[in-house]
Every structure is written in C-alpha cells, then in structure tokens.
Write a protein that binds this ligand. Structure first.
Ligand SMILES: [Zn+2]
Length: 398
C-alpha cells in the first residue's frame, strides 16, 4: 500500500479524545483506529498485544523480531506513537476526508500524529517484506490518551516495570523514539506539566442581603490576581531552561455561583503549570501553594486539590548516544537537522521516568497541530519513513 493512501486511511479513521468530557462512545475514543492497527500488524504476521487502559481504549503493541536472531541478545527499540487526536470542533475543513492539495494532506490528526504513525507503519511493512537486516527488535506501541493525561504511556511502562506481565516486551527497552511533529528535528528535552483545581468558599445568601455574606467569587478574584502576578513576576525569576524556555503558569478555567441573585458560596479554578525538565510536578505544585499562602492574611482560605495530572518533563541525562545516532542518520539522508528543546509535553516524559533513553522525532511541525486546517506534507512523512528505516537497518547499535 502506498504511503499516502495509508495516511489517508488513518485520517479517515476517527480517534478523537473526548478530553475528559462525557460523550457517546460511538463518536469518540481510539477503538476504531485500534482495530485498524491490529488488522494491519496481523496482516504482516507481527506479534500483537492489546493492553486495556479504559473502556474502548486499548494500547496496541506490535513486535517485529529480526529474522533468525536470538531475541535475548539484541537490543530492543521501542517506538511510541499515540492513537488519539484532539476534538474537531471549529475546524474549517472536513476532519476525516483526508483531502489533498499538492503534497499537503488535510485532516484532524494529519500532523499530530497520524503522519508519524504512517511513517512507522510503512517502515515496518518494508522491513517485513524485504527481509532486510534489522539490528534491534522493534516494539511499536500505539498508545491511547496522550492528549489528556498520558495514561496510555504510563500503563505501557508497567509492562517492563512489572516482570509478571513482561513477556510480550521481554525486557526494559534499550531506547525509545516517541513520535511527534518535530520537523524531523531531534528533541532531547521538553517541559512537563502539573494541573490542579483550587476552590474558595463563601456563604450563600440572597443578593440583596450582602451585609453578612461571604463572597466566593470576590475571594477568587484575589487568588487569580495573585496567580497572574506569580506567573509574570515570580516564575521568570526561576532559572529557565536553555532549550525549553521559562516555567509558566496559566489559570485555564473558572466557575462559580448558582444564580445572578445569589451570593456565590463556591468558586473553582483550574491551574496549568508547565514545569522545567529540572523540576518535578510535586515541587512546582508545592512552590505555587506556598506562594498563595500569603492570602491567609486577607482571610482567604484556599482549598487545593491534589493534582489531576502530573507529567514530568524530558531530561537529556540518558539520551545523548541515541540522539547522536538519530541525528547522524537524518543528516546521512541529506536532511538538515539538529537538537532542540520543546515547550510542550509528550509521552517521552513518562517513558524516560522509567529509566529508558528517549528522544522525540517525527514529521510535521507543532504549529500545524490542533489547528482548524491541520495538515502535513506527505513528502516529509516519506522522509521520516526513510530515516526510520535507515536507523533500524544500519545505524543504531548499543
Ligand atoms: Zn501528539
């Protein structure tokens, strides 16, 4: 199957992440794409495993063993690619039509990350069909729920952390490439994220009777003001990261009150703090809470929930050799490349936290991802496939 057709089929198979909203299962989740991938890998006679993560949401793993080699004595390369896409509301193109204009293919997920997925699928089919020398065993992990919590990647790491279920993978991977749109650059470091909810309380009363009322929204107003100051004045004083930039914080949602004529007794916000590779989600969370403690002098008590998401960043302490080898392969195929940092977060943080050297690499730019006319250049997808094939057949050794 031609690579462009393969990519079109992936785009035409919706795998929308509901992003925490309650939805009818038919229109959402990764299950249709999971079925497609399972069929694809089984047709190539690869060993396939489903790892259930949540209802209608399975990680799909496929293992390619190089012909006639003792599996125990060769390195294991993990290639991770997420199955889910962000929602389609607000798109000004048909999200699943995979329309083509010149070398551009449009659709939800075209760039993030079905272009990268097509490159991987194409590469592994070529390996099977050509019987080519391949250095590592390759496990392709098509993970769920990257866009809203990385739960697929965290569960994936249990396959080698828990020996009882390690049979499929066999051992901890020696290296991992996480596929994301990096413009064929190699990402060695990126930020992580911690998110939590915080609440103020008040006492409900008729809005005409304000004398003894305690107003949860007014209290939250002070909280939001202090967080804005914390984000603009305090966080920039922390040592930033040369590749990833400064730590950031944003209040993403606010809700409170029951009716316009009732003094609100509760107000809630959701906070998103992007952490540096050198920070942990917990230290960043504690730092912010400590700073907010000064509101007590104004009589404002804050309730901070435990984080609903903790995702570490990607550090470059283990991935130097892997990055060098991938960079050399990219340059050998005639492409300019380099090492970069990223402000966004990927599955790489979760996988690296389990002790595996990880880099992020793939076709397309993050600027094309999640957009109203998401697209990818099919020539770049072909280049990514060429690079991956060269990497596994001739470049990568331990
Ligand atoms: Zn992505």
């Amino acid at each position: 199957m031609e690579l462009t057709r393969l990519l079109a089929e992936l785009i035409a198979t919706p795998s929308v992440n509901p992003m925490g909203q309650s939805v009818a299962e038919g229109a959402f989740y990764e299950s249709r794409l999971t079925d497609y991938l399972e069929q694809y890998f089984r047709a190539l006679n690869l060993t396939v495993m489903r790892q259930p993560i949540a209802p209608h949401r399975d990680n799909l793993l496929a293992r390619f063993d190089p012909p006639s080699v003792d599996r125990k004595n060769i390195p294991l390369l993990l290639i991770d690619v997420h199955q889910d896409t962000v929602p389609v509301e607000g798109m000004r193109i048909n999200p699943f039509a995979a329309e083509i204009d010149g070398t551009k293919m449009f659709g939800r997920g075209a760039c993030d990350v079905k272009g990268g997925m097509a490159a991987i699928l194409h590469t592994v089919r070529q390996l099977v069909q050509s019987n080519e020398k391949c250095v590592p065993t390759i496990v392709i992990a098509c993970t769920v729920n990257e866009e809203n919590g990385f739960s697929g990647a965290y569960e994936l790491t249990k396959l080698w952390e828990n020996c009882a279920v390690a049979d499929f993978i066999g051992k901890k991977p020696d290296a991992c490439i996480v596929t994301e749109p990096t413009r064929l650059r190699v990402i060695r470091r990126h930020k992580g994220v911690v998110r939590w909810r915080c609440h103020t309380r008040g006492i409900a009363a008729h809005s005409s009777q304000t004398r003894d009322a305690e107003h949860a929204i007014y209290r939250m107003g002070h909280v939001v003001g202090l967080l804005e100051h914390y984000a603009s004045e305090i966080l920039p004083q922390l040592d930033g990261d040369a590749l990833c930039g400064a730590a950031t914080l944003s209040v993403g949602t606010i809700s409170g009150g029951v009716s316009v004529n009732t003094i609100p007794d509760r107000c809630s916000i959701e906070i998103d703090r992007r952490i540096l590779p050198s920070e942990t989600p917990d230290t960043a969370y504690e730092h912010a809470i400590q700073h907010m403690g000064q509101l007590k002098t104004m009589g404002i008590e804050l309730e901070h929930e435990s984080p609903m998401l903790r995702a570490p960043g990607l550090c470059d302490s283990r991935n130097g050799a892997l990055a060098d080898c991938l960079l050399k392969t990219i340059r050998d195929t005639g492409q300019p490349s380099g090492t970069e940092g990223a402000a966004y977060c990927t599955n790489a943080g979760a996988i690296a936290a389990s002790g595996v050297p990880v880099v992020v690499f793939g076709p397309g730019s993050i600027e094309q991802a999640h957009t109203e006319d998401e697209w990818i250049d099919t020539r770049e997808v072909q280049l990514a496939a060429d690079i991956l094939r060269k990497f596994v057949t001739s470049a990568w050794t331990l």
